[in-house]
Design a protein around this ligand. Structure first.
Ligand code: LLP
Length: 418
């Protein structure tokens, strides 16, 4: 049995802790399934990325879709981060977390008129448009509101991010952004619109990118375009590289922000632009765990083992959707042999699993487990399928902890129904 290496989640006297808090005690106090986050992980990761680029004019806009709990958004905002929002709902969350619209970017391949109006009326920093038609729509809404709309255009640099196809976004075949070959003409065309103020270019080539080359390739392409557009007379101010920095779930080799900075800063230096980053996963994934309880174990006639736990695809969709690996380990180190098992949830789908054919210490009913790296794209993708109530979330800070979202009740399940 190997244990997930982390300074923020480690065993102290055989008991898994988040910072200085014993996770078994948290599971007993609040019940399971339970998300637990390390505040100091979030802070340290933010500082690591920010520091790596400190020699250039840059700003981080935390991609709140990764973990949109109000307290989490607030932590990053208090560190100086702006917030990237992908819908009116995320805009509302950021606002409630105390973020001013001037510190938000509005993203999304299919923004509704309601979302554009919300952004423009509230003075959002930038709307990132993804088609020519969208820019025309923003222009006419801005004219009606009698405002100038700050717009960046998302370019699809046609670069293979070498990640899972569902989270790869920068290939020509993907739905996102504008093809590079149309980009220059589109900027010139849109710069003539009466109520559009073109502020920058934008890209996001995918998520969980673990090799540095796709970033460098895309940034080089985009930098050429940026320079060409500026010399064509459009006074762009910012260059947005999106999110996507990969993290370690298992045995991946990822690159560090310092390594990324070494490659990208020389390119950025030629641009005279504010550089924008939109990380989500990098800042949060390994700062969270999902605690779960073993309900039953069984072995079928083929000799296959199943550990049935009280967490499912309704709490952590990533294994079911992308076959993602999440490390699983017991909250209390158990002196037992390892066995090979599927770890599955209670939902009525064969695709509902947490881990497949995994070697773990033999566990039994009542043992509690931590599903690691659940701080990003965990709770935000949780659902009420099968009438399940979404779990609580706890934020740990040193030896202190607080509940930052309570477990849903039965009333939550029906409160807006007749
Ligand atoms: N900016 C834009 C425009 C994005 O679409 C995304 C993620 C980000 C920033 C943040 O990307 P990150 O730094 O977190 O990689 N549910 C999937 C991930 C989908 C990511 C969607 N867009 C998963 O669980 O792996």
């Amino acid at each position: 049995m190997n244990y997930f290496p982390s300074n923020y989640f480690r065993y102290i006297d055989g008991k898994l802790h988040c910072e200085k808090v014993n996770l078994q005690e948290l599971a007993e106090e609040f019940g399971t399934p339970l998300f637990v986050y390390s505040k100091n992980f979030f802070i340290d990761k933010y500082k690591e990325l920010d520091e790596a680029f400190k020699s250039i004019n840059h700003r981080i806009y935390y991609a709140s879709k990764a973990n949109f709990n109000l307290s989490v958004i607030k932590i990053f905002h208090e560190l100086g981060s702006g917030i990237d929002v992908n819908s009116a709902g995320e805009f509302y969350r950021a606002l409630k977390a105390g973020v001013k619209p001037q510190d938000m970017l509005l993203a999304g391949v299919g923004k509704t008129d309601e979302e554009i109006i919300l952004g423009l009326k509230n003075g959002i920093k930038v709307i990132k448009a993804e088609s020519l038609e969208e820019v025309y729509v923003i222009n006419s809404i801005a004219a009606e509101l009698d405002v100038m709309a700050p717009v960046a255009i998302r370019i699809n640099p046609d670069v293979d991010a070498k990640t899972h196809p569902y989270i790869s976004t920068g290939l020509a075949e993907n739905k996102f952004g504008i093809d590079t070959i149309y980009a220059y003409d589109m900027f010139i065309e849109c710069s003539k619109l009466s109520n559009i103020n073109l502020t920058g270019i934008d890209m996001h080539i995918g998520s969980q990118i673990t090799t540095i080359e796709p970033f460098v390739e895309a940034v080089i392409k985009m930098a050429e375009l940026y320079k060409k557009i500026k010399s064509g007379g459009v006074p762009l101010k910012h260059f947005d590289v999106g999110g996507g920095i990969g993290v370690l779930y298992n045995n991946e080799t990822a690159f560090t922000p310092t390594e990324l900075a070494e490659k990208l800063i020389p390119i950025f230096m030629q641009l005279d632009a504010e550089i924008i980053f939109e990380p989500g996963r990098f800042l949060t994934a390994n700062g969270g765990v999902l605690l779960t309880d073993v309900l039953y174990t069984k072995t079928n006639s083929l000799g296959k083992n199943f550990v049935v736990v009280d967490s499912a695809m309704t709490e952590l969709l990533r294994p079911s959707l992308y076959k993602s690996y999440h490390h699983v380990q017991p909250l209390e180190q158990i002196d037992n042999i390892d066995f090979n098992t599927d770890i599955v949830g209670p939902v009525c789908e064969t695709g509902d699993y947490i881990a497949k054919e995994r070697e773990i210490t033999m566990v039994g009913r009542g043992d509690k487990l931590a599903i690691m790296s659940a701080g990003a794209y965990g709770m935000v993708m949780a659902s009420n399928y099968n009438g399940r109530r979404r779990p609580a979330e706890i934020l740990v800070d040193g030896s202190e902890y607080k509940i930052i979202r309570s477990r849903e009740t039965f009333e939550h399940l029906i409160f807006d129904e007749v």
